[in-house]
Design a protein. Structure first.
Length: 150
């Protein structure tokens, strides 16, 4: 599975917006400069994010963009779904017709798999992504592997 470029850009844009959280409004142009994304792309992403209620947008002098709620209350799942729509790993999860629907032994399990993936994305708050990564902190899976070896 791979996220679309637009979903990736939405996460990047929201991280940049989170750096301004609680201070002042920021423009799409500033977000584009900070992320290295083209202004039209940021404008498109910002429109989707505002439409999903993740960003507040106001016009005029003193206008701009702000997170609609604290970064800790916005998840990666929220951002991805704002751009992509509901997370559905297979066609049968979004109601599309499937050629093997009548004989599929896995169909009943896909909701569990889908919920696990969505849950994992929902467990990652924007506030965590907006932090600068620590070069000293071990990765969670490396820590687990080290504990299993001990």
């Amino acid at each position: 599975m791979r996220l679309s470029n637009l979903a990736d850009y939405a996460v990047v844009t929201m991280c940049a917006a989170a750096h301004h959280c609680g201070f002042s409004r920021v423009t799409a142009g500033v977000l584009a400069a900070e992320t290295g994304l083209p202004v039209p792309t940021v404008q498109k992403v910002v429109s989707k994010l505002a439409g999903a209620g993740l960003l507040n947008s106001s016009r005029g002098s003193g206008g701009g963009l702000q997170l609609a709620r604290p970064a800790a209350a916005i998840s990666v799942a929220d951002i991805v779904e704002a751009v992509e729509g509901p997370i559905a790993l297979t066609a049968c999860l979004d109601g599309a017709d499937c050629a093997v629907d009548h004989s599929c032994s896995v169909k009943a399990h896909w909701p569990v798999i889908n919920d696990a993936l969505r849950g994992a994305l929902a467990d990652i708050p924007l506030s965590r992504l907006a932090q600068k990564p620590s070069t000293n902190a071990p990765l969670a899976h490396n820590t687990m592997a080290q504990e299993e070896m001990a």
